[in-house]
Design a protein around this ligand. Structure first.
Ligand code: C2E
Ligand code: MG
Ligand code: MG
Ligand code: MG
Length: 284
C-alpha cells in the first residue's frame, strides 16, 4: 500500500522510524526477562551533611544487559512504567534496600546509615502499594526508620487526600519521605504544605547552574526558605564543584549528594569508601 501512496502521505516503511520501533520492542521484550535473569544491579550514592558525615545513600538501579552493557534507568524506567514492569522492579528494589539496611545493622559504624529509594508514581498509585510496604515492614520493622522514599511531584496528579493518607500510613511505620527533583514539576504550594514530607530534594538542574545563573540561585534560595518554613530538611542533588558547595552552604542547605562526594557505586565499593572516609569526608 505504501508504494502507491503519493509523496505527501505517510511513509509506512520509514527505515529510521522502523529501527526505533524495533529497538523499543526488543528492549521491552528483554525487560520482561531481566528480573528472572537477575540482570538488575543496585548502585549506592553517598549522601552527606555539611560536616562531611556520610548519612546514607540513594539507591540507584541499573540494568546489566547482556548485549547493551549497563543500561541507564533514564532509558528503561519510563519503559517499565508504561509496561507495568515497574511494579515488580520497585518491589525488588525496596526489598533489597531493606536487606542492605539490615546487613549494616551488624556493623556498629554503619548502623545509622539511611537509604533513599526512588518510588515511581505508577508504583505509588497501585492499589496494593501501601499493603505491600506494610507487609514488608512486618519483616523489617527494625530498619523502617532508616528508609526514605523519594517521590516526584507527579504523584500529586492524584487527589491530595489520597496521597496524604498513603504517606501518613507509611510514616506511622517510621518511614520518611523526600520530594525528588523538587522545583521541576507542577506542585502548588497549598498542596505541598499539606503533604507530610520530611525532605525536599533540590533538582540537579538548579544546582548545576547555581554559580552562573542568578535565577537558578534565586530558585534554590526560595526552595531552602520554603523548606525552612515548612520544617523540612533540604538536600541538594547533582553537587559537582566546591563552588556549588560553598553557595549551597551559604544559602543554608546542609545535606548534599553528587559527584563531588562520590559517584553511585556497587555496594562493596560503597562500603570500602565509607570505611576509608570514616569518620567523615574532607571537603577542603
Ligand atoms: P534521580 O532519583 O533524580 O537520581 C539522581 C540522578 O542523578 C542519578 O541518575 C544519579 O546517578 C545522577 N547524579 C548523581 N550525582 C550527579 C552529579 O553530580 N552530576 C550529574 N550530572 N548527575 C548526578 P541515574 O542513576 O541515571 O538515575 C536517573 C533516574 O532514574 C533517577 O533520578 C530516578 O528518577 C530513576 N531511578 C533510578 N533508580 C530508580 C529506581 O530504583 N526506581 C525508580 N522508580 N526510579 C529510579
Ligand atoms: Mg531520586
Ligand atoms: Mg532527583
Ligand atoms: Mg531525576
Amino acid at each position: 500500500q505504501a508504494k502507491i501512496a503519493g509523496r505527501n502521505t505517510i511513509r509506512f516503511f520509514d527505515p529510521g522510524l522502523q529501527s526505533v520501533i524495533t529497538t523499543r520492542l526488543a528492549l521491552e521484550a528483554d525487560l520482561r526477562r531481566a528480573m528472572p535473569l537477575n540482570e538488575f544491579r543496585l548502585y549506592y550514592q553517598i549522601q552527606a551533611d555539611d560536616q562531611g558525615r556520610i548519612t546514607g545513600a540513594e539507591v540507584l538501579i541499573r540494568w546489566q544487559h547482556p548485549k547493551r552493557g549497563l543500561v541507564s534507568p533514564a532509558v528503561f524506567i519510563p519503559l517499565a512504567e508504561e509496561t507495568g514492569a515497574i511494579v515488580e522492579i520497585g518491589d525488588w528494589v525496596m526489598q533489597m534496600a531493606c536487606e542492605q539496611l539490615r546487613a549494616w545493622q551488624q556493623h556498629a559504624r554503619m548502623r545509622h546509615l539511611e537509604l533513599a529509594v526512588n518510588v515511581s508514581a505508577v508504583q505509588f498509585h497501585q492499589q496494593d502499594f501501601i499493603d505491600k510496604v506494610c507487609r514488608l515492614m512486618a519483616d523489617y520493622g527494625e530498619i523502617a526508620g532508616l528508609l526514605k522514599l523519594e517521590l516526584t511531584e507527579s504523584v500529586m496528579l492524584d487527589s491530595a487526600e489520597e496521597v496524604i493518607h498513603k504517606i501518613q500510613i507509611l510514616k506511622n511505620l517510621g518511614l520518611r519521605f523526600s520530594m525528588d527533583d523538587f522545583g521541576t514539576g507542577y506542585s502548588s504550594l497549598a498542596y505541598l504544605k499539606r503533604l507530610p514530607l520530611d525532605q525536599l530534594k533540590i533538582d540537579q538542574s538548579f544546582v548545576r547552574d547555581i554559580a552562573n545563573d542568578p535565577s537558578a540561585a534565586v530558585i534554590i534560595q526560595t526552595i531552602i526558605g520554603m523548606a525552612q518554613n515548612l520544617g523540612l530538611e533540604v538536600i541538594a542533588e547533582g553537587l559537582e564543584t566546591k563552588e556549588q558547595l560553598a553557595l549551597l552552604k551559604q544559602y543554608g542547605c546542609r545535606h548534599y549528594q553528587g559527584y563531588l562526594l562520590g559517584r553511585p557505586l556497587p555496594i562493596n565499593e560503597f562500603d570500602a569508601v565509607f570505611a576509608q572516609a570514616n569518620p567523615g569526608l574532607a571537603y577542603e
